[in-house]
Design a protein around this ligand. Structure first.
Ligand code: MN
Length: 498
């Protein structure tokens, strides 16, 4: 059952308003990708194109811009068809090509070779993505792969599920994309921990039934109250907690579900920040709040940009329920995070330099890009304007940077294995970190396909190939070019032998 979303459906799903030109480009990319993947099937036997179309639909739904949706349609063309990145550039321009290239590179990343802490893997993932939109595409891609995971062999299912829980979902969370994070986690949870999944599901069913009844009654009373106070309520709804986050909460609470107060929560969307506080006041004036459970994430947003007021109240009939109050803009940020903030219009040829990572980019000198500010910089500025606490997105990225960006770079073998080196390391360091023989006989190097001198300083994300000759030997000069102790030691040993 190949469920292929139509291009009209993708366009209609868009949370961003698309111009006629943008629609046309999406339609063109849709046809282009469909033809490119013609005859190409997924492991389940359905047409491959159903996957790329679904990825684009996921992107449209989280408010990604037209360029990202276009790149989403094309994201597997370079990896899986005869097309080259040059073809994409010619047809769809630099920016789309840049994003497709980023997704292709990210797809080559192999986590298995790296025996490091998962936090490092997340950082590596972030650092490798040349632009946050590349991550959005990867998340949308992963979401569809998870939803169709049942067609895969069990072992592969488990690998994908674990990788999702350890790397993809935390990144979606960090970027504030609550909408995707919850879905990713719940599918991966079912595959990775089937028994815990079933037990949590049963608990939630049982508990949320009575909870939802209480919330309905409360919502009627609250509507009336807010109406009398002339507070603009644009929507009032309840949400049931996602399973994996409920499971994690239960673990903190000794698996006692009666200690989890937000299995179902009433969500009130009002017009302005002032009205958020007014509404909270009215709620507390009418129902007694549970001490210690009042959270003002408007004044102090969560690290990922999430803003809302939370309180847990006694409904009067023995129940405790959580009420969340926020504005429409805060709600969009909670659901779509960075997705609703990135994306900028192409104005007469955008040149994008793909050689630097986006995280570095925004910390380097003021980013000067033809056609606009860097999307992340724009996102951060945006967040800073809407929040009293400006520290959070910056501190996240500052943490990332101070950890290793000044000190470490990640480069790749032609097979996509990751090599972790100090900044300014040379191809010689790279060669020795793979094998002494490779270092001892290094005659030249190719970086991203181009021949370079062995003294070249490698940059983050470079793909490095070492050319060897049996009669090549280390020279004294090499000692000036290397940054790693291991390479230095091996060069000295080789020099002594000669
Ligand atoms: Mn894909």
């Amino acid at each position: 059952m190949a469920n292929v979303p139509s291009v009209q459906h993708i366009i209609q799903s868009s949370q961003k308003k698309l111009s006629p030109d943008e629609r046309k480009r999406i339609e063109r990319a849709y046809e282009y990708a469909r033809k490119a993947h013609e005859g190409h099937l997924r492991e389940s036997g359905v047409p491959y194109f159903s996957h790329t179309a679904a990825t684009a639909e996921n992107l449209a739904k989280i408010g990604a811009d037209a360029t990202t949706i276009t790149a989403g349609l094309l994201h597997d063309t370079v990896e899986d068809t005869q097309l080259t990145i040059q073809d994409i550039r010619t047809e769809f321009g630099d920016e789309v090509a840049f994003l497709v290239d980023g997704v292709t590179k990210l797809g080559k990343l192999k986590y298995r070779g790296l025996k490091r802490h998962v936090e490092t893997l997340r950082k590596l993932f972030l650092a490798t993505a040349a632009d946050p939109r590349v991550i959005l595409i990867k998340l949308a891609d992963r979401l569809h792969n998870l939803k169709t995971i049942d067609a895969l062999p069990r072992e592969k299912q488990e690998r994908i599920a674990n990788e999702t829980l350890e790397i993809y979902a935390p990144i979606a969370h960090r970027l504030g994309i609550g909408n995707i994070k919850g879905e990713l986690e719940d599918v991966a949870f079912r595959v990775a921990l089937p028994e815990e999944y079933t037990a949590t599901l049963a608990l939630r069913e049982e508990k949320s039934r009575e909870n939802v009844r209480q919330l309905r009654a409360l919502s009627r009373a609250l509507s009336k109250l807010l109406g009398q106070a002339r507070i603009t309520v644009s929507s009032m709804d309840y949400r049931v907690k996602h399973l994996y986050s409920l499971y994690k909460k239960l673990q903190e609470k000794d698996m006692n579900i009666d200690r989890v107060y937000d299995i179902a929560a009433l969500r009130v969307i009002v017009g302005t920040v002032e009205e958020c506080y007014l509404a909270l006041g009215l709620v507390h004036n009418t129902w007694k709040p549970l001490p210690g459970r009042i959270k003002d994430y408007i004044a102090t947003p969560k690290k990922n940009g999430y803003q809302s007021l939370h309180t847990t109240i006694f409904t009067g009939d023995g129940a405790l329920v959580e009420v969340q109050i926020r504005t429409e803009a805060m709600h969009r940020t909670a659901e779509f995070g960075i997705a609703s903030h990135v994306g900028y219009k192409e104005k007469g040829g955008t040149s994008v330099d793909s050689s630097e990572g986006w995280v570095e980019k925004m910390f380097g000198r003021e980013t000067k890009r033809v056609g606009g500010v860097s999307p992340v910089a724009a996102w951060i500025r945006d967040m800073a304007e809407t929040q009293s606490d400006v520290a959070h997105p910056l501190s996240f990225i500052r943490d990332l940077k101070s950890d290793f960006f000044n000190a470490r770079i990640f480069v790749f073998t032609p097979n996509g294995e990751v090599v972790d080196l100090p900044a300014d390391a040379s191809p010689i360091d790279f060669a020795y970190s793979i094998h002494s023989d490779l270092g001892d006989h290094a005659a030249g190097a190719r970086v991203n396909g181009k021949f370079v001198a062995l003294s070249t300083k490698l940059k983050h994300g470079d793909v490095v190939l070492i050319e060897t000759k049996q009669n090549s030997k280390p020279s004294h000069k090499w000692l000036e070019w290397v940054k790693t102790g291991a390479a230095r030691k091996k060069i000295r040993t080789a020099l002594e032998k000669n």
